[in-house]
Design a protein around this ligand. Structure first.
Ligand SMILES: [Ca+2]
Ligand SMILES: [Ca+2]
Ligand SMILES: [Ca+2]
Length: 447
Protein backbone atom coordinates (compact mmCIF):
# COMPACT_ATOMS: atom_id res chain seq x y z
CA UNK A 1 0.00 0.00 0.00
CA UNK A 2 1.13 3.55 -0.56
CA UNK A 3 2.24 5.37 2.58
CA UNK A 4 -0.28 7.89 3.74
CA UNK A 5 2.00 9.58 6.23
CA UNK A 6 4.89 10.76 4.12
CA UNK A 7 6.19 13.10 6.83
CA UNK A 8 7.01 10.03 8.89
CA UNK A 9 9.71 9.12 6.43
CA UNK A 10 12.01 11.76 7.85
CA UNK A 11 11.17 10.82 11.42
CA UNK A 12 12.04 7.23 10.65
CA UNK A 13 15.47 8.02 9.24
CA UNK A 14 17.14 7.05 12.51
CA UNK A 15 15.50 3.67 12.51
CA UNK A 16 16.70 3.07 8.97
CA UNK A 17 20.27 3.47 10.07
CA UNK A 18 19.48 0.71 12.51
CA UNK A 19 17.81 -1.26 9.74
CA UNK A 20 20.95 -1.11 7.65
CA UNK A 21 22.92 -2.61 10.51
CA UNK A 22 20.55 -5.56 10.71
CA UNK A 23 21.15 -6.72 7.15
CA UNK A 24 21.40 -10.46 7.44
CA UNK A 25 22.57 -12.03 4.21
CA UNK A 26 21.88 -12.92 0.57
CA UNK A 27 18.38 -13.64 -0.68
CA UNK A 28 15.22 -11.89 0.45
CA UNK A 29 15.58 -10.26 3.88
CA UNK A 30 12.42 -8.62 5.15
CA UNK A 31 12.26 -6.54 8.32
CA UNK A 32 9.78 -4.33 10.13
CA UNK A 33 11.44 -1.01 9.26
CA UNK A 34 9.11 1.15 11.33
CA UNK A 35 6.03 0.94 13.54
CA UNK A 36 4.58 4.31 12.62
CA UNK A 37 1.16 4.35 14.21
CA UNK A 38 -1.24 2.56 16.52
CA UNK A 39 -5.01 2.25 16.38
CA UNK A 40 -7.33 1.76 19.33
CA UNK A 41 -10.40 -0.19 18.22
CA UNK A 42 -12.49 -0.05 21.40
CA UNK A 43 -13.18 -1.77 24.68
CA UNK A 44 -15.26 -4.81 25.58
CA UNK A 45 -15.44 -7.07 28.64
CA UNK A 46 -12.59 -5.25 30.37
CA UNK A 47 -10.19 -5.45 27.42
CA UNK A 48 -9.08 -2.78 24.96
CA UNK A 49 -7.99 -3.73 21.44
CA UNK A 50 -5.24 -2.28 19.27
CA UNK A 51 -3.40 -2.90 16.03
CA UNK A 52 -0.17 -1.39 14.72
CA UNK A 53 0.86 0.20 11.43
CA UNK A 54 4.20 -0.59 9.86
CA UNK A 55 6.68 -0.11 7.08
CA UNK A 56 8.32 -3.28 5.82
CA UNK A 57 11.63 -3.29 3.99
CA UNK A 58 13.54 -5.84 1.97
CA UNK A 59 17.20 -5.42 2.95
CA UNK A 60 18.26 -8.51 1.02
CA UNK A 61 19.69 -9.15 -2.41
CA UNK A 62 16.65 -10.58 -4.21
CA UNK A 63 12.92 -9.73 -4.34
CA UNK A 64 10.72 -10.97 -1.49
CA UNK A 65 7.51 -12.89 -2.22
CA UNK A 66 4.25 -11.05 -1.55
CA UNK A 67 1.74 -13.28 -3.39
CA UNK A 68 -1.72 -12.61 -2.05
CA UNK A 69 -3.42 -15.74 -3.45
CA UNK A 70 -0.81 -18.30 -2.35
CA UNK A 71 0.95 -19.01 0.97
CA UNK A 72 4.03 -17.23 -0.41
CA UNK A 73 3.40 -13.98 1.41
CA UNK A 74 4.44 -12.61 4.80
CA UNK A 75 2.32 -12.47 7.91
CA UNK A 76 2.72 -9.91 10.67
CA UNK A 77 2.55 -10.70 14.38
CA UNK A 78 1.50 -7.92 16.74
CA UNK A 79 1.96 -7.70 20.52
CA UNK A 80 2.28 -5.31 23.46
CA UNK A 81 4.61 -5.58 26.45
CA UNK A 82 4.94 -3.74 29.73
CA UNK A 83 7.80 -3.01 32.14
CA UNK A 84 6.48 -2.30 35.62
CA UNK A 85 8.04 -2.63 39.06
CA UNK A 86 11.02 -4.57 37.71
CA UNK A 87 8.84 -7.02 35.81
CA UNK A 88 8.80 -7.33 32.03
CA UNK A 89 5.76 -9.12 30.61
CA UNK A 90 3.58 -9.51 27.58
CA UNK A 91 0.24 -7.86 28.18
CA UNK A 92 -1.40 -8.60 24.84
CA UNK A 93 -1.16 -10.32 21.46
CA UNK A 94 -3.31 -10.56 18.38
CA UNK A 95 -3.81 -12.69 15.28
CA UNK A 96 -1.42 -12.24 12.36
CA UNK A 97 -2.12 -9.93 9.47
CA UNK A 98 -1.73 -11.58 6.05
CA UNK A 99 0.03 -9.42 3.48
CA UNK A 100 -2.00 -8.98 0.32
CA UNK A 101 -0.59 -6.21 -1.85
CA UNK A 102 2.67 -4.39 -2.10
CA UNK A 103 3.92 -1.20 -3.69
CA UNK A 104 7.69 -0.98 -3.69
CA UNK A 105 8.98 2.53 -2.96
CA UNK A 106 12.12 4.29 -1.74
CA UNK A 107 12.49 4.35 2.03
CA UNK A 108 15.24 1.88 2.86
CA UNK A 109 17.62 2.99 0.15
CA UNK A 110 17.25 3.06 -3.62
CA UNK A 111 14.41 0.72 -4.46
CA UNK A 112 15.08 -1.78 -7.26
CA UNK A 113 11.62 -2.19 -8.70
CA UNK A 114 10.82 -5.94 -8.77
CA UNK A 115 9.89 -8.07 -11.83
CA UNK A 116 6.40 -8.76 -10.42
CA UNK A 117 5.15 -5.47 -9.02
CA UNK A 118 2.30 -5.89 -6.55
CA UNK A 119 3.43 -9.50 -5.92
CA UNK A 120 7.02 -8.92 -4.78
CA UNK A 121 8.86 -6.44 -2.57
CA UNK A 122 11.95 -5.33 -4.46
CA UNK A 123 15.48 -5.10 -3.11
CA UNK A 124 15.90 -2.00 -0.90
CA UNK A 125 12.19 -1.31 -1.33
CA UNK A 126 9.58 -0.52 1.28
CA UNK A 127 5.88 -1.14 1.68
CA UNK A 128 3.43 0.17 4.27
CA UNK A 129 0.31 -1.09 6.02
CA UNK A 130 -1.68 1.23 8.23
CA UNK A 131 -2.74 0.19 11.72
CA UNK A 132 -6.30 0.08 10.47
CA UNK A 133 -5.41 -2.33 7.65
CA UNK A 134 -3.48 -4.49 10.11
CA UNK A 135 -6.68 -4.87 12.12
CA UNK A 136 -8.96 -5.67 9.17
CA UNK A 137 -10.84 -8.88 9.98
CA UNK A 138 -10.70 -10.00 6.36
CA UNK A 139 -6.95 -10.51 6.59
CA UNK A 140 -6.37 -11.51 10.21
CA UNK A 141 -5.49 -15.18 10.61
CA UNK A 142 -4.67 -17.40 13.61
CA UNK A 143 -1.12 -17.14 14.92
CA UNK A 144 -1.34 -20.89 15.58
CA UNK A 145 -1.42 -21.51 11.80
CA UNK A 146 2.07 -20.06 11.30
CA UNK A 147 5.29 -22.03 11.59
CA UNK A 148 7.62 -19.24 12.71
CA UNK A 149 10.82 -21.07 11.86
CA UNK A 150 10.05 -22.24 8.33
CA UNK A 151 7.62 -19.42 7.60
CA UNK A 152 5.07 -21.89 6.24
CA UNK A 153 1.51 -20.76 6.86
CA UNK A 154 -1.99 -22.13 6.49
CA UNK A 155 -3.51 -20.34 3.51
CA UNK A 156 -6.26 -19.63 2.67
CA UNK A 157 -6.84 -18.66 6.31
CA UNK A 158 -8.77 -21.48 7.99
CA UNK A 159 -11.25 -20.21 10.56
CA UNK A 160 -13.13 -23.48 10.99
CA UNK A 161 -14.03 -23.74 14.66
CA UNK A 162 -13.18 -20.12 15.37
CA UNK A 163 -16.01 -17.93 16.67
CA UNK A 164 -17.17 -14.83 14.85
CA UNK A 165 -14.86 -12.10 16.18
CA UNK A 166 -16.21 -10.19 19.16
CA UNK A 167 -16.06 -6.71 17.67
CA UNK A 168 -14.26 -4.52 18.36
CA UNK A 169 -11.69 -6.61 20.26
CA UNK A 170 -11.79 -10.08 18.66
CA UNK A 171 -8.58 -11.28 16.97
CA UNK A 172 -6.83 -7.93 17.58
CA UNK A 173 -4.21 -7.23 20.26
CA UNK A 174 -6.21 -7.43 23.50
CA UNK A 175 -4.92 -5.80 26.68
CA UNK A 176 -6.75 -5.89 30.00
CA UNK A 177 -7.80 -2.40 31.06
CA UNK A 178 -6.28 -2.99 34.48
CA UNK A 179 -2.92 -3.50 32.75
CA UNK A 180 -3.31 -0.13 31.00
CA UNK A 181 -4.95 2.26 33.43
CA UNK A 182 -2.28 4.85 34.35
CA UNK A 183 -3.83 5.20 37.81
CA UNK A 184 -3.18 1.51 38.47
CA UNK A 185 0.19 1.36 36.73
CA UNK A 186 2.33 4.31 37.85
CA UNK A 187 5.75 4.30 36.24
CA UNK A 188 4.87 1.52 33.79
CA UNK A 189 6.46 1.62 30.32
CA UNK A 190 4.89 -0.02 27.27
CA UNK A 191 6.39 -1.47 24.10
CA UNK A 192 4.65 -2.44 20.88
CA UNK A 193 6.22 -5.15 18.76
CA UNK A 194 5.66 -6.36 15.22
CA UNK A 195 7.15 -9.49 13.72
CA UNK A 196 7.20 -10.34 10.04
CA UNK A 197 7.30 -14.05 9.15
CA UNK A 198 7.99 -15.08 5.55
CA UNK A 199 9.02 -18.44 4.11
CA UNK A 200 11.50 -17.03 1.58
CA UNK A 201 13.22 -14.86 4.21
CA UNK A 202 13.39 -17.91 6.52
CA UNK A 203 14.76 -20.18 3.80
CA UNK A 204 17.52 -17.64 3.14
CA UNK A 205 18.48 -17.74 6.82
CA UNK A 206 17.43 -14.13 7.32
CA UNK A 207 14.70 -14.53 9.93
CA UNK A 208 16.48 -13.42 13.09
CA UNK A 209 16.04 -9.69 12.40
CA UNK A 210 12.30 -9.89 11.78
CA UNK A 211 10.92 -8.43 15.01
CA UNK A 212 11.05 -4.71 15.79
CA UNK A 213 9.71 -2.77 18.74
CA UNK A 214 8.90 0.77 19.77
CA UNK A 215 8.07 2.35 23.12
CA UNK A 216 4.64 3.94 23.46
CA UNK A 217 2.74 5.68 26.23
CA UNK A 218 -0.78 4.93 27.45
CA UNK A 219 -3.25 7.75 28.05
CA UNK A 220 -6.05 7.86 30.58
CA UNK A 221 -9.28 6.05 29.68
CA UNK A 222 -10.03 5.05 26.96
CA UNK A 223 -6.30 4.18 26.95
CA UNK A 224 -5.08 5.33 23.55
CA UNK A 225 -1.45 4.54 22.74
CA UNK A 226 0.90 7.33 21.68
CA UNK A 227 4.30 7.20 20.04
CA UNK A 228 6.98 8.89 22.15
CA UNK A 229 9.14 11.57 20.48
CA UNK A 230 12.77 10.53 20.42
CA UNK A 231 11.97 6.84 20.90
CA UNK A 232 12.12 5.46 17.35
CA UNK A 233 11.38 1.94 16.22
CA UNK A 234 14.22 -0.42 17.10
CA UNK A 235 14.63 -2.41 13.94
CA UNK A 236 15.55 -6.07 14.22
CA UNK A 237 15.09 -6.14 18.00
CA UNK A 238 12.36 -7.69 20.14
CA UNK A 239 10.70 -5.79 22.96
CA UNK A 240 12.52 -7.93 25.52
CA UNK A 241 15.78 -6.43 24.23
CA UNK A 242 14.68 -3.11 25.78
CA UNK A 243 14.79 -4.48 29.31
CA UNK A 244 18.57 -4.78 29.86
CA UNK A 245 19.04 -1.42 28.13
CA UNK A 246 16.74 0.22 30.65
CA UNK A 247 17.90 -1.85 33.62
CA UNK A 248 21.56 -2.92 33.40
CA UNK A 249 21.07 -5.35 36.30
CA UNK A 250 19.00 -7.55 33.97
CA UNK A 251 20.82 -10.52 32.45
CA UNK A 252 19.55 -11.36 28.95
CA UNK A 253 20.74 -14.49 27.18
CA UNK A 254 19.73 -16.01 23.92
CA UNK A 255 19.94 -19.56 22.63
CA UNK A 256 19.46 -20.95 19.16
CA UNK A 257 17.89 -24.39 19.18
CA UNK A 258 20.00 -26.64 16.92
CA UNK A 259 18.37 -26.64 13.48
CA UNK A 260 15.51 -24.50 14.74
CA UNK A 261 14.52 -21.12 16.17
CA UNK A 262 15.70 -18.73 18.85
CA UNK A 263 14.60 -18.31 22.47
CA UNK A 264 15.62 -15.59 24.92
CA UNK A 265 15.64 -15.56 28.70
CA UNK A 266 15.92 -12.37 30.75
CA UNK A 267 16.41 -12.53 34.49
CA UNK A 268 16.43 -10.00 37.29
CA UNK A 269 17.02 -10.31 41.03
CA UNK A 270 15.37 -7.72 43.27
CA UNK A 271 16.35 -7.23 46.92
CA UNK A 272 13.02 -7.05 48.74
CA UNK A 273 14.64 -6.40 52.13
CA UNK A 274 14.11 -8.55 55.20
CA UNK A 275 16.53 -11.07 53.71
CA UNK A 276 14.29 -11.87 50.74
CA UNK A 277 15.08 -11.79 47.03
CA UNK A 278 12.67 -11.88 44.12
CA UNK A 279 13.81 -13.65 40.94
CA UNK A 280 11.96 -12.68 37.81
CA UNK A 281 12.35 -14.58 34.52
CA UNK A 282 11.01 -13.41 31.19
CA UNK A 283 11.02 -16.31 28.72
CA UNK A 284 10.53 -15.19 25.12
CA UNK A 285 10.13 -17.27 21.99
CA UNK A 286 11.24 -15.38 18.89
CA UNK A 287 10.69 -17.98 16.19
CA UNK A 288 10.71 -21.51 17.55
CA UNK A 289 8.01 -23.91 16.41
CA UNK A 290 9.28 -26.39 18.98
CA UNK A 291 8.34 -23.85 21.69
CA UNK A 292 9.35 -23.75 25.35
CA UNK A 293 7.71 -26.15 27.80
CA UNK A 294 9.76 -25.87 30.99
CA UNK A 295 12.12 -23.60 32.88
CA UNK A 296 14.43 -25.07 35.50
CA UNK A 297 16.76 -23.16 37.83
CA UNK A 298 19.07 -24.32 40.63
CA UNK A 299 18.00 -23.50 44.17
CA UNK A 300 19.47 -24.21 47.58
CA UNK A 301 17.74 -27.09 49.31
CA UNK A 302 18.87 -25.53 52.59
CA UNK A 303 16.81 -22.35 52.05
CA UNK A 304 13.10 -22.21 52.96
CA UNK A 305 10.75 -23.35 50.19
CA UNK A 306 10.37 -20.44 47.74
CA UNK A 307 7.07 -18.80 46.95
CA UNK A 308 6.26 -18.55 43.26
CA UNK A 309 4.14 -16.69 40.74
CA UNK A 310 3.75 -16.61 36.96
CA UNK A 311 2.08 -14.90 34.05
CA UNK A 312 1.60 -16.65 30.73
CA UNK A 313 0.78 -15.06 27.37
CA UNK A 314 -2.99 -15.01 26.89
CA UNK A 315 -4.54 -16.79 23.91
CA UNK A 316 -7.99 -15.63 22.82
CA UNK A 317 -10.55 -15.42 20.03
CA UNK A 318 -10.70 -19.16 19.46
CA UNK A 319 -6.98 -19.97 19.28
CA UNK A 320 -6.65 -23.62 20.36
CA UNK A 321 -3.83 -23.10 22.83
CA UNK A 322 -4.48 -23.47 26.56
CA UNK A 323 -3.98 -20.70 29.09
CA UNK A 324 -3.40 -23.24 31.86
CA UNK A 325 -0.75 -22.17 34.40
CA UNK A 326 2.48 -24.16 34.41
CA UNK A 327 3.10 -26.47 37.35
CA UNK A 328 5.78 -25.33 39.80
CA UNK A 329 7.73 -27.85 41.86
CA UNK A 330 11.10 -28.70 43.34
CA UNK A 331 12.74 -31.60 41.53
CA UNK A 332 16.03 -32.63 43.04
CA UNK A 333 17.89 -29.38 43.67
CA UNK A 334 16.05 -27.47 40.99
CA UNK A 335 12.94 -25.35 40.86
CA UNK A 336 10.98 -26.32 37.78
CA UNK A 337 8.05 -24.71 36.02
CA UNK A 338 6.53 -26.82 33.28
CA UNK A 339 3.46 -27.17 31.11
CA UNK A 340 1.73 -30.37 30.11
CA UNK A 341 3.52 -32.87 27.92
CA UNK A 342 2.89 -32.44 24.19
CA UNK A 343 1.80 -36.08 23.93
CA UNK A 344 -0.88 -35.43 26.56
CA UNK A 345 -2.06 -32.12 25.11
CA UNK A 346 -0.73 -30.82 21.80
CA UNK A 347 -2.39 -27.48 22.58
CA UNK A 348 -0.81 -27.08 26.01
CA UNK A 349 0.29 -23.67 27.26
CA UNK A 350 3.83 -23.79 25.84
CA UNK A 351 5.58 -20.47 25.21
CA UNK A 352 5.09 -20.25 21.47
CA UNK A 353 6.48 -17.81 18.91
CA UNK A 354 6.00 -14.13 19.49
CA UNK A 355 5.00 -14.66 23.10
CA UNK A 356 6.64 -14.11 26.48
CA UNK A 357 5.93 -15.69 29.86
CA UNK A 358 7.01 -14.37 33.25
CA UNK A 359 7.98 -16.69 36.10
CA UNK A 360 8.95 -15.60 39.59
CA UNK A 361 10.11 -16.94 42.87
CA UNK A 362 10.96 -15.34 46.18
CA UNK A 363 13.60 -16.90 48.36
CA UNK A 364 16.23 -16.01 50.93
CA UNK A 365 19.54 -16.26 49.09
CA UNK A 366 21.20 -13.52 46.99
CA UNK A 367 21.80 -13.94 43.25
CA UNK A 368 24.56 -15.64 41.32
CA UNK A 369 24.94 -16.24 37.59
CA UNK A 370 24.39 -19.87 36.82
CA UNK A 371 23.07 -22.03 34.05
CA UNK A 372 19.32 -22.47 33.67
CA UNK A 373 17.61 -24.99 31.45
CA UNK A 374 14.67 -24.55 29.11
CA UNK A 375 12.94 -27.68 27.84
CA UNK A 376 11.19 -27.83 24.47
CA UNK A 377 7.58 -28.71 23.79
CA UNK A 378 7.85 -30.46 20.43
CA UNK A 379 10.41 -33.25 20.02
CA UNK A 380 13.56 -32.62 17.98
CA UNK A 381 17.31 -32.85 17.77
CA UNK A 382 17.96 -31.76 21.38
CA UNK A 383 15.77 -31.87 24.48
CA UNK A 384 16.68 -28.56 26.04
CA UNK A 385 18.73 -25.37 25.82
CA UNK A 386 20.90 -23.68 28.43
CA UNK A 387 20.90 -20.02 29.36
CA UNK A 388 22.96 -17.98 31.75
CA UNK A 389 20.71 -16.27 34.28
CA UNK A 390 20.54 -14.80 37.76
CA UNK A 391 19.48 -17.54 40.15
CA UNK A 392 19.41 -17.96 43.94
CA UNK A 393 22.81 -18.81 45.37
CA UNK A 394 23.52 -21.68 47.72
CA UNK A 395 22.98 -24.75 45.56
CA UNK A 396 25.89 -27.15 45.81
CA UNK A 397 24.67 -28.80 42.59
CA UNK A 398 27.17 -27.08 40.32
CA UNK A 399 26.44 -29.07 37.17
CA UNK A 400 22.69 -28.78 37.56
CA UNK A 401 21.87 -32.46 37.25
CA UNK A 402 19.56 -32.31 40.26
CA UNK A 403 21.78 -33.70 43.03
CA UNK A 404 25.08 -32.92 44.70
CA UNK A 405 27.97 -35.34 44.46
CA UNK A 406 31.70 -35.52 43.87
CA UNK A 407 31.36 -34.18 40.35
CA UNK A 408 29.89 -30.98 41.74
CA UNK A 409 32.65 -30.65 44.29
CA UNK A 410 35.16 -31.14 41.52
CA UNK A 411 33.38 -28.57 39.34
CA UNK A 412 33.45 -26.03 42.15
CA UNK A 413 37.16 -26.52 42.78
CA UNK A 414 37.87 -26.16 39.07
CA UNK A 415 35.84 -22.93 38.93
CA UNK A 416 37.48 -21.65 42.10
CA UNK A 417 40.97 -22.28 40.80
CA UNK A 418 40.42 -20.20 37.67
CA UNK A 419 38.31 -17.55 39.40
CA UNK A 420 35.21 -18.33 37.30
CA UNK A 421 32.05 -16.38 38.22
CA UNK A 422 30.19 -19.50 39.38
CA UNK A 423 32.78 -19.90 42.16
CA UNK A 424 31.42 -16.75 43.83
CA UNK A 425 29.40 -19.00 46.09
CA UNK A 426 29.02 -16.42 48.86
CA UNK A 427 28.00 -13.76 46.32
CA UNK A 428 29.85 -10.49 46.70
CA UNK A 429 31.69 -10.15 43.39
CA UNK A 430 34.91 -11.58 44.85
CA UNK A 431 36.14 -15.13 44.80
CA UNK A 432 38.05 -15.92 47.95
CA UNK A 433 38.32 -18.26 50.91
CA UNK A 434 34.80 -17.37 52.08
CA UNK A 435 33.41 -18.86 48.89
CA UNK A 436 35.36 -22.06 49.37
CA UNK A 437 34.22 -22.31 52.95
CA UNK A 438 30.58 -21.61 52.03
CA UNK A 439 30.67 -24.23 49.30
CA UNK A 440 32.11 -26.91 51.53
CA UNK A 441 29.48 -26.15 54.17
CA UNK A 442 26.63 -26.24 51.63
CA UNK A 443 27.97 -29.45 50.12
CA UNK A 444 28.23 -31.14 53.50
CA UNK A 445 24.68 -30.07 54.35
CA UNK A 446 23.34 -31.44 51.05
CA UNK A 447 22.20 -28.03 49.77
CA1 LIG B 1 14.70 -10.88 7.77
CA1 LIG C 1 25.20 -32.34 40.41
CA1 LIG D 1 32.39 -14.31 47.20
Amino acid sequence: MAPRLLNLRTAAAASLCAAASTRAGPGPDVVIADIFETTRWGTRDGFTAYTLGNYSCNLGTSPANWYRDTPNHPVFGQAIYRLKDGRFEQVGQGFVKHAFAVSSFNYCGTCQFPPNPNQQLGVNCADAYTASLNGDYVRLGPKSQVNPFSGSITFPINLTGYPTPDAPIGRRIQVANIDLDPALNPGARYFVEMHIIAADDAAAGNALNNASFREVSVGNAPFSLSLIPGRPTRVGLSAIDAWPEIDPSVVLSSADIPGEGRLKLASKATDLGNGLWRYTYALYNLNSQRAAASLSIPISLCAPTPTTEQRLPRWHSGEPYANTPWSASIIGSRFVWQTEDASANPNASAVRWGTLARFELVTSTPPVRRTTTIGFFEPGETEDAHFEALVPSGSADMDGDGFSDFFDFDAFVAAFEVGAPEADFAPDGFIDFFDFDAYVTAFEQGC
